[in-house]
Design a protein around this ligand. Sequence first.
Ligand SMILES: [Fe+2]
Length: 251
Amino acid sequence: MTTISQLPYPVKYTVDSSKKNPLINIPSNKQEYPQSNQRPQFSLINANTGQALKALTLQNTLANNCKTDDLKYLILNMLEARHPQTKQHSIGVAIYAKELAKELKLPDEKVNEIETGALFHDIGKISLPDDFFNQKNLTPGIVFLCKNHPENGANILSKIASLSKPIINIAKYHHEKYDGTGYPNGLKGEEIPLETRIVSIADAFDSMTRKKYPNQKVKTFEEAIKAIKENKSGQWDPALTEPFIDCVTRK
Ligand SMILES: [Fe+2]
């Protein structure tokens, strides 16, 4: 099993169709997996939420008949088509969240559920316009749409019968903050499900250290660790910060 300490830092992920990825189990026979430099034309680019959801009904029909590995492939493919950096980020979050879940000695089934939820947590972003991803002309309308992405994502995932409630809740609540100042519901403390609190900290760490958008200031590994440790904003469950730091700094 590959561990975080064996991965290049910040976590980089490229699809090697000749190998099976031990962490996310993307089927190895998907030769056609699109790379960032081969982005397919995708009908959801610049689609509004309604159009995106309509198109996704078709995807969901397919998704409901998918095995979990195929579903991961399908969703990552959609993220790749819309914004490759968001796909890379989702994989990074899944790796960190899985390591934290293992550090907490959660049962294997729960660890897998958290990994899957982390991979899918930002799926609601697929219907955001290009200006969001380019960080240009960020109008109040775009900011509003962006704030909607957790609920949008939960709506998308809730149409896939095989996905559990904790997985859907990871998408829905991953921008809630432990101190109650997050969105969409302003949940506080343990009102936020444990699975989501685990993904939140992994999401923040990967976001701080990965360049997803132009002009984004990226923190070093050490700066990001410091930010998690200080937890100044009260964003994360204080009981999780130490185990998280332990598992990303060990070795
Ligand atoms: Fe998000």
